[in-house]
Design a protein around this ligand. Sequence first.
Ligand code: COA
Ligand code: AMP
Length: 653
Amino acid sequence: MEKAPHLPTYAAAHAASLADSSAFWAGQARQLHWFRPPPEPVLSQEETTGFYRWFRGGQLNTAYLCLDYHVAHGRGEQTALIYDSPVTSTVRRYSYRELLDLTARFAGGLRGLGVAQGDRVIIYMPNMPEAVVAMLACARLGAVHSVVFGGFAPHELAVRIDDARPQVIVCASAGMEFDRPIPYKPLVDAAIAQATYQPAHVVVLQREFVTAELQPGRDLDFRELLQADPVEAVPLDATDPLYILYTSGTTGKPKGVVRDHGGHAVALKYSMSAIYGLRPGETIFTGSDIGWAVGHTYIVYGPLLHGCTSVLFEGKPVRTPDAGTFWRLVADHKVSIVSTAPTAIRAIKKEDPNGLLARQYDLSTLRYLFLAGERCDPATYHWAEQVLGVPVVDHWWQTESGWPMAASLVGLAEMPPARAGSAGHPVPGYDVQILDEAGLPVPANTTGLVAVKLPLPPGGLATLWQDDARCQRSYFATFPGYYLAGDGGYRDEEGYVFIMGRIDDVMNVAGHRLSTGQMEELLAAHPAVAECAVLGIADELRGQRPVGLVVLKDGQTIAEDTLERELVQTIRAKIGAVACFRQVLIVKRLPKTRSGKILRKTMRQLADGDAFAVPSTIDDPLILDEIRERLVGRGIGIAFETPPQFLPGGEGL
Ligand code: COA
Ligand code: AMP
């Protein structure tokens, strides 16, 4: 795209954002309507925790900015949301005015149920407009929403219910996986039965293909709440929480990332033009789920804050009905930007290797394909570039950051072009550094721990829900003055950032972040299992997939296929099918250091066929040969065109 001459250069914007971050973000904040503008300096620190806060003293409301503001400024009749659902053969458009009306009424309905500012509401729904309405209605009231991905099993939902303690759960009667309805309400009922905390109400959107049973007194019909009188947006402090989004940590207890109204709104508004180069009125399609950070942010809040049109897609990149479905969306809805996970592109490439389906559609409106959620392997990158004929931009971010930390910012001038294998350059506001184990910056092209020098820009995690101490411990304690991202990577001599993989017990399955530690806790609870390790091994479609290695207790004789069936069922029931846990191997022993630490990284390198050094502290090197034999015996150990995952510091980290 031709750059307008007045655009700031990337180098100038990045330098300005670090030189005087308060002034830089005060300038960006002026792009939004505040009920009370924040006083300068707009950056402060909390006395008790030392956590940075943005825009303290300012007042605004995110739902107002997403809806009322646009209606008041001439966008009332513009389409805000296009719901395109091949799985239910539906396409529906909502103007800003219609979305505002639905949101204001649903907010009235929630208020009628006693939901007030600061109360939590869990939303457990597939990608559908009513989920967006529920999110915005909470924001309108100052209630804190937490969208839980519909693929999670009741146990995971129960853990989130006990942590967030929601007044209300809003759910759909069912989701649709390809042509298979998945009833959601029984999952919600099961989760509530498992949870200690009991929400006062469950609000159910009845879908035509599955009618859920409602429990009198507790459960209500979504459409009943829409009969309420509309309510106005409540002025909120910039530092008030907008939402909690749970993500996997290294244990069974997920981390409830808290995002505030002010920082989130300012950061997303900036990102829409600077990172994606979008103008208000243009259309973006984010191929993700509203339960994941990418979808939450760029299906709902980013596009609406910027006055864009957002495509809300209920389906999969393939088989709904075919691998051309994303390209149909571009043509039908005149999409300028597509953003999705590399896994989705790999799935399309697998079914349509020559990109023939893309040729059937008019893709002339498409300017860029953005990829996020996992590292994009260069083969997928080049394939997409060739098939679509537009630049592909890999960008790096996390649930914690809430918006991209590294990218090729196509809305800024003189941006170094995107490059296969790299996530681009640090986004303005992010001082991305690569550190060694002592916390010292390493030279270019040297791999290390990816960290961001504090303060994080607006939009970063405010804290973990009700757990400042865990937030401090997880992200800020290792290297004082830095946010530790949990990824390993390097920067080259031109400053390009390469994110190569997690340095902790987190793996990435189809762009979904999952905890190997959590799976191990579940496997270890089986009566036959003495000890176990879950490895996130390379997978051609999903990037990674989990494999369980278990050692039986003495005297146990359970057959491998029986144990595998039982453990696969346990993970499906407790975490969900989305974990894609399908393989268990019984091994005689697990390789350990002499101090008893299981050598997971070494085993994973073994499984992936990567070169590795046998740790000098290994208890008995012969165990690795036994493990190799077992892996090969089960057909594991593929050579897949992804460079080895980097884990600096060996097994110690
Ligand atoms: N509700 C209920 N079940 C769900 C679900 C949901 N929202 N999402 C996934 N599942 C289930 C699937 O039905 C499947 O169950 P099964 O094992 O019984 O068949 C299982 O979880 C695995 O799902 P998935 O990994 O999605 O596999 P798939 O074969 O259905 O689809 C892809 C494969 C590649 C098309 C799909 O993973 C995909 O679209 N990936 C894109 C990644 C993405 O959007 N990531 C978001 C982060 S940016
Ligand atoms: P989530 O919090 O679910 O968004 O997952 C965040 C993790 O996904 C990061 O810590 C990375 O490990 C990985 N990730 C996201 N985007 C990228 C990317 N562009 N390149 C490499 N890894 C990525």
